[in-house]
Design a protein around this ligand. Structure first.
Ligand SMILES: CC(C)(COP(=O)(O)OP(=O)(O)OC[C@H]1O[C@@H](n2cnc3c(N)ncnc32)[C@H](O)[C@@H]1OP(=O)(O)O)[C@@H](O)C(=O)NCCC(=O)NCCS
Length: 179
């Protein structure tokens, strides 16, 4: 199913990464990535790292119309891109995208490669709309999405309220694929 992926990928620094579907064995690595992102507080994942059993359950279940794409370096998962299908039938042409990489694998083009693979998978499945959300505090992610043709279609200036009372805005972005 993932035959169309450009895998293995060679990163600019010589490291090799494989794109594949997520498996239960990825639980601990994906939890560690989630933990890093919570600690950095630049994007919203959840308040606390998801318990390992919940990760395992989620990874084991049938993904239905979702894509859970992992970037693997050897036996370790170093990135996860999810395309989630909303439940209502009339929204099945859409997917909501989220992507997170281990901090040692950022800034080397892996995010772009995973996004490209996700777009190819979407076209293959007849998906015509990809949406996502990105905070003002996450300039790197926003830059990546814009470069890949995502446009801002909504903005909520008071989306996040920090403990000191300041707000952080959130852009809703979309990319339409040819119907
Ligand atoms: C966001 C993320 C997926 C991007 O993937 P990546 O492989 O690191 O992406 P890259 O760094 O190769 O590309 C990002 C772009 O932003 C640029 N960039 C890097 N740091 C930046 C900064 N502080 N401000 C603005 N632009 C920045 C890069 O130059 C690059 O642009 P270019 O390719 O046009 O030169 C990854 O960094 C990540 O997992 N971050 C933590 C989790 C997260 O924020 N997820 C997204 C939630 S919306």
């Amino acid at each position: 199913m993932m035959n169309e992926l450009p895998t293995p990928l060679s990163l600019p620094d010589g490291r090799m990464v494989q794109l594949r579907h997520a498996t239960v064995e990825d639980a601990a690595d994906l939890r560690e990535i989630e933990r890093q992102i919570i600690e950095e507080a630049r994007s919203i994942v959840t308040d606390e790292a998801t318990p390992i059993d919940a990760w395992r359950r989620d990874l084991a279940r049938d993904k239905g119309g979702d894509l859970w794409l992992v970037a693997a370096a050897g036996t370790h998962a170093v990135g996860l891109l999810k395309l989630q299908r909303p439940a209502p039938r009339y929204l099945h042409h859409q997917r909501f995208l989220s992507v997170e990489l281990h901090r040692d694998y950022r800034g080397v083009g892996l995010g772009s490669a995973m996004m490209d693979a996700a777009v190819r998978w979407s076209r293959d499945k007849g998906v015509t709309l990809i949406t996502l959300g990105v905070l003002d505090s996450n300039a790197r992610a926003k830059r990546l999405y814009e470069r890949l043709g995502f446009v801002t279609c909504g903005y909520i200036p008071t989306f996040v309220r920090l403990p000191d009372g300041r707000y952080v805005g959130n852009s809703e972005m979309m990319r339409q694929l040819d119907a």
